[in-house]
Write a protein that binds this ligand. Structure first.
Ligand code: GLC
Length: 576
């Protein structure tokens, strides 16, 4: 394996055009919360452009940007009113062209988010449906059915919304009065599900893909990729017990619909076999381009076997692997998720992906924190988060980072109720839907209230006063800061050890420790101590510590041999 010459320019992802996605580190930007150029309290595309140097310097290969389309923002932009235009609060098409050009100039790819399961109720198609009626072309673009009961006053079936409550709402007549017909919305009432039985829907989305690919977008993350096709006949579902719609949140008695359910039969609207036909069509569109454009599916599926089906050679390039995110701080669960994921992806020749945080789940510093006296111990949470990240960055495949995790940001769990915007918060009567806590804007520099997010101090969600010490400016150049740990790990992963692809071999490790070797990547050994006490590593692993998330010291063991001792809740990379 070649090592980069010191001082040589890093190998750019753009120089590896066809397969860059196989081992890419992708940075997720939630655009409303990243950087605000005009001071209105909402991040925007010019703000993101202004921070591209920061991302290039961090060492990521690509940026995935959550939706910035025209939207009434009832679900943070995952309610799209026009798939070909930009929300004026976030920028313009010219800004997106500029973003693509400027990212490419820095060697980074740009991945957009596409939302094909549902549109916004403000989309012209749904607006047309509101003035049309049964049997119309406009109705056939959505999932609209006659209700049950004598007066059709009951929904067509018992499906629930992921955001709590019924999965159906009544279609109004021209005067706004309820009719006997209902439209399906697996999410908010303002997100009617599209009807993927209708060829016009297929054609429209192929056209939307081309619209953006022609502008130079390198790929798409596909929202709710496992949900587009519903079982024929829309049968009732034997709903599992109340649980959380999204991981990291407590369930409640109003029973949202989980995004998937591993203990029960498949829900009749998730992970249906027919969904794969859509991705074959989309892959053909992506392959019309040179270099081919790529997809990453948001696929909440019950197990790694079902996940691998999405990555068959003529379907999606990659998909999110949420089993790893859900493994928590648990050696057994982490190891079995890694094994099953790698093994199943190998059957289809696809690289696995790994992710610890995103805009839907509790930030991993908080999620992995032990609970002490009823509260998350955020100091230990930070050690664990850093260790989990370093351990994950050694895995083969592609990795997704969520904005702010490189600063060690924690979940903001105490947002005032009136500030919350997650639709699930409102639909659950304030008992669930706390996704705003991971969407608080990023601290860049300086003092409260907005820490350099903009110049005006405005912020669509309030930022904690304690974030002063977690800003980019505060952490830059500081030895041992979380930001510098990410920078170093990404550089070594790409330039020095080429950890991206290749096999992984587990090593026999002391109790409570996970360790694997990457034989094709300079034999790097990646170690994670999940226990809270220091651990002596076997002498055979050597003492050449490439980097660590915390303390690692060389000592002499009883036989006078040099060994490494690592602290509790720490990960290290050793050159084997
Ligand atoms: C996905 C998105 C989430 C959104 C939902 C509905 O899970 O990640 O933020 O609320 O889909 O579009």
């Amino acid at each position: 394996m070649t090592r980069a010459t010191p001082g040589a320019a890093p190998e750019s992802a753009l120089q590896r055009p066809r397969d860059w996605w196989r081992d890419a580190v992708v940075y997720q930007v939630y655009p409303r919360s990243f950087a605000d150029s005009d001071g209105d309290g909402m991040g925007d595309i010019p703000g993101l452009i202004g921070r591209l140097d920061y991302l290039a310097d961090l060492g990521v290969d690509a940026v995935w940007i959550s939706p910035f389309y025209s939207s009434p923002l009832h679900d943070g932009g995952y309610d799209v009113a026009d798939y070909r235009s930009i929300d004026s609060r976030l920028g313009s098409l010219t800004d997106v062209d500029d973003l693509i050009a400027q990212a490419h100039a820095r060697g980074m790819r740009v991945i957009m988010d596409i939302v094909p399961n549902h549109s916004s109720s403000e989309h012209p198609w749904f607006q047309e449906a509101l003035t049309a009626g049964p049997g119309s072309a406009a109705w056939d673009r959505y999932v609209i059915r006659e209700g049950r009961g004598e007066d059709h006053e009951e929904p067509p079936n018992n499906w629930r919304s992921v955001f709590h409550g019924r999965g159906w709402s009544r279609m109004p007549d021209a005067e706004g009065n309820p009719t006997g017909y209902w439209y399906l919305h697996l999410f908010d009432t303002t997100q009617p599900d599209l009807n993927w039985e209708n060829p016009e829907v297929h054609e429209e989305f192929r056209d939307i893909l081309r619209f953006w690919f022609d502008r130079g977008i390198d790929g798409f993350r596909i929202d709710v990729a496992h949900g587009l096709v519903k079982e024929a006949g829309l049968p009732d579902f034997d709903h599992p017990e109340a649980g959380s719609g999204l991981p990291g949140f407590d369930g409640d008695e109003q029973a949202p619909e989980p995004m998937f359910d591993s203990d029960h039969a498949h829900a009749p609207y998730w992970d249906q076999d027919g969904v794969h036909d859509i991705y074959r069509e989309w892959r053909a569109v992506a392959d019309e381009y040179d270099p081919p454009r790529v997809f990453c599916g948001e696929t909440w599926v019950p197990n790694p076997e079902r996940l691998a089906r999405y990555q068959r050679p003529d379907e999606l390039h990659t998909s999110f692997n949420f089993s790893y995110l859900e493994a928590g701080w648990d050696a057994e669960a982490m190891r079995s998720s890694i094994d099953a994921t790698i093994a199943n992806h190998a059957t289809v020749g696809a690289p696995p992906t790994w992710v610890l945080s995103n805009h839907d789940v509790v930030r991993h510093r908080t999620r992995l924190a032990p609970i002490t006296d009823g509260a998350a111990d955020l100091e230990r949470g930070l050690s664990r988060a850093r260790a989990a990240t370093l351990f994950t960055l050694g895995l083969p495949g592609s990795l997704y980072l969520y904005q702010g995790e490189e600063l060690g940001l924690h979940e903001v769990s105490d947002l005032p109720d009136e500030a919350r915007q997650d639709p699930a918060w409102h639909r659950s009567g304030g008992t669930d839907g706390r996704r705003d806590g991971c969407r608080v804007p990023i601290p860049w520099s300086g003092a409260a209230p907005s820490f350099g997010f903009n110049d005006t101090g405005a912020s669509w969600l309030p930022m904690p006063a304690t974030w002063a010490g977690l800003s980019v400016a505060e952490e830059s150049g500081v030895d041992g800061s979380t930001l510098e740990m990410y920078r170093a790990a990404l550089r070594i992963r790409r330039e020095e050890a080429a950890l991206g692809e290749g096999p992984l071999e587990w090593l026999n490790a002391p109790e409570g420790v996970l360790a694997y070797r990457r034989p094709a990547a300079e034999d790097v050994i990646v170690v994670l101590n999940l226990g809270d006490a220091p651990v002596r590593l076997p002498a055979a692993w050597g003492t050449d510590v490439l980097m660590g998330s915390g303390d690692a010291i060389a000592v002499l063991d009883d036989d006078g041999e040099e060994i490494v001792v690592i602290g509790g809740e720490i990960s290290v990379w050793l050159r084997g």
